[in-house]
Design a protein around this ligand. Sequence first.
Ligand code: WQD
Length: 339
Amino acid sequence: MRTILVTGGTGFIGTHTAVALQQKGYNVVIADNLSNSNEDSVDRIEKITGIRAEFIKVDLSKELECKLLFETHNNIEGIINFAAFKAVGESCEKPIEYYKNNLGILLNILENMKKHNIKYIVHSSSCTVYGQPDKLPIKEDSPTQFAESPYGNTKQMAEDILHFTTQTNNIKAIALRYFNPIGAHDSGIIGELPNGIPNNLMPFITQTAIGKRKALTVFGNDYPTPDGTCIRDYIHVVDLAEAHVVAMDRFFENKNKSNLEYFNIGTGNGFSVLEVIKSFEKTSGIKLNYVIGPRRAGDIIQIWADTQYAEKELGWKAKKTLDQMTLSSWNWEKELSKK
Ligand code: WQD
């Protein structure tokens, strides 16, 4: 059984990917500093799969902590790196923390991969590497624009680091450029659970609907889009998790065509903030309380993926609809409120 280290594995995408990996027969080891998640995620994963992943609480941005992790786990054959701060708006307020954390983690991991001859890494990248595209849908070889936020810039810099380190070391990498992950596992046992006030749209919608927040603020309705609100390519987190398993399998099946490959992981459909709200109101049966507020720093106007390359090369395609995403997010929020 191959062992995969999932960094940031107690987080939203990490938990869903850990479930998918275990169900595919991989042995999962989770490393997380719990800065934006809870340790009970390990119990929740076990509740779904019946398999308890080993969990190590560690801050991978600290060189010695990272070194110790790899020295005490010599059976790791691949790494999926989720560990990063990831709020676009917050990164504009705390750029230095974002650069130190997100790039420090990656550099420490790569240094230990080289030392321990670990060959494969699937890296959590992001559509934010594209900045505000001139042409949509966006393809993997579309030019990346100057990042609109420090968060997006850390993702661009991470890809540059991977480009050069995979050329000179025996490391192969796949960068998955996520679009907007939302939704939750059908079991209602795992989902998005950010600490504190949510930065992202979907958890803010569900927390407003359940009564934890007074109202959602729509950050601007004066954008040059059909309804004036920003457009994003929302993808169900279960579809996104599956893409990570397919990417990890690609290494062991020796299908890589270069030492660093990039794939857009989206649905190919763009939806506005108001369209997401409309879908939520339809699937939940709840009228959402929202107000229109000022634009948020770092937001781009619109983006959605061209998914042909991922479909052709990975044989992967997102299956779930926006309504399935908003309904599963709502079911998760209701499960949370029972605790
Ligand atoms: C979506 C839209 C907001 C909150 C995310 C991740 C990032 C990356 C890309 C993976 C925007 C609007 C939000 C609110 C709102 N994913 N909004 N009111 O900024 O696209 O970035 O996807 O790497 O990690 O964070 O997502 O959910 O914050 O915003 O109106 O209270 O919803 O302005 O238009 P974003 P988001």
